[in-house]
Design a protein around this ligand. Structure first.
Ligand code: HEM
Length: 202
């Protein structure tokens, strides 16, 4: 019988990976467009910076959801995982670029912020950790690194936690949104650890 999961998987097999780049790239293009046409309010640079950071974190989380989706529900979207991860890195890089080039602009101030503002230190650490992940998101690295590739890519959980902590830290007063992101990430991490424990004891 053709279940909903089978239908989703059949549809996903027909969706080309480039269309994921196209669709998930829309928020970046749209936000830059709004920024250029005065649609981002009184503080367009801050709004642009925040939007890019927010989408970056959402994509990191989406990337973490794909394995448990297949493992626990049978929904197989794994072939889009690399694109989602690389898109997350692209958004974080744009987020960083906007901060460097449009927001802070002064080199001495940039280093001072990275070293002295804890939320920037945490965000920057997450960005640095994403570099080896992005550089090894290709078939050649997958083959060369073998089982070490999986170990390296567990860093994604650390990146996600740091991204959420960065968001909590920079938020003024009590805000529910960054806490929801952290809760989702910790739930995904707990699921992963439970699966690893079960496999070891099987
Ligand atoms: C590369 C180093 C990073 C720097 C310098 C940086 C800097 C910033 C700055 C200046 C803001 C805006 C603060 C404000 O509202 O005044 C911000 C917001 C944010 N950043 Fe980053 N960030 C970095 C990395 C990251 C990473 C790796 C992630 C997630 C994976 C991330 C996610 C966010 C989120 C979710 C927000 C808040 C968005 C909102 O207010 O809706 N950032 N970041």
């Amino acid at each position: 019988m053709n279940t909903a999961v089978d239908r989703i998987n059949a549809l996903a097999r027909r969706v080309p990976v480039w269309s994921v780049w196209l669709i998930l790239g829309i928020p970046a293009v749209w936000t830059f467009y709004l920024g250029l046409t005065g649609g981002l309010g009184a503080e367009p640079i801050k709004a642009l910076e925040r939007k890019l950071g927010e989408v970056a974190l959402q994509l990191v989380i989406l990337g973490l959801c794909l394995s448990p989706l297949r493992r626990h529900l049978g929904v197989n979207l794994i072939r889009f995982r690399r694109a989602v991860g690389l898109l997350a890195f692209t958004y974080v890089s744009l987020h960083l670029l906007v901060w460097l080039v449009l927001d802070v602009q002064i080199w001495a101030q940039i280093w001072a912020d990275i070293l002295k503002r804890p939320y920037v230190t945490v965000g920057f650490t997450a960005f640095l950790m994403m570099i080896p992940l992005a550089l090894t998101s290709n078939d050649l690295s997958l083959r060369r690194l073998g089982p070490r590739w999986r170990v390296l890519h567990r860093l994604t959980y650390v990146v996600a936690v740091l991204g959420a902590v960065h968001f909590i830290w920079l938020s003024k007063g009590f805000q529910i949104e960054p806490l929801v992101y952290l809760a989702v990430i910790l739930a995904l991490l707990a699921l992963r650890l439970r699966y690893a424990r079960r496999r070891r004891s099987a």
